[in-house]
Design a protein around this ligand. Structure first.
Ligand code: ZN
Length: 93
């Protein structure tokens, strides 16, 4: 009954690649931090360098994102989570 859950790990991987490109296009200086985050042991299929902002929180560690930074993210900028250091992006869905 509970079968049928689709694991979309592969498409997540390509979306991480796209996020990397967007980030470096926007903030070339972020490369060092990005590489550091990507080299952390992988525990999540979304990758451990990026997390979407959901309900105003980091979807990885659930820390509230400050309103000012939320605005930045909404305008398409990547921001860093103050707690887990992931690059946060606003999910447009
Ligand atoms: Zn976080």
């Amino acid at each position: 009954m509970s079968r049928g859950i689709q694991d979309s790990a592969n498409s997540d991987e390509s979306s991480v690649k796209r996020l990397c490109e967007q980030l470096l296009d926007q903030q070339p200086q972020a490369q060092v931090l990005l590489e550091r985050l990507l080299s952390r042991p992988a525990g999540r299929k979304e990758g451990n360098a990026f997390a979407a902002i959901r309900m105003g929180r980091c979807s990885a560690c659930h820390l509230n994102v400050a309103a000012v930074r939320l605005q930045q993210a909404k305008s398409g900028e990547f921001i860093n989570c103050a707690s887990c250091a992931r690059f946060l992006y606003f999910e447009t869905r």
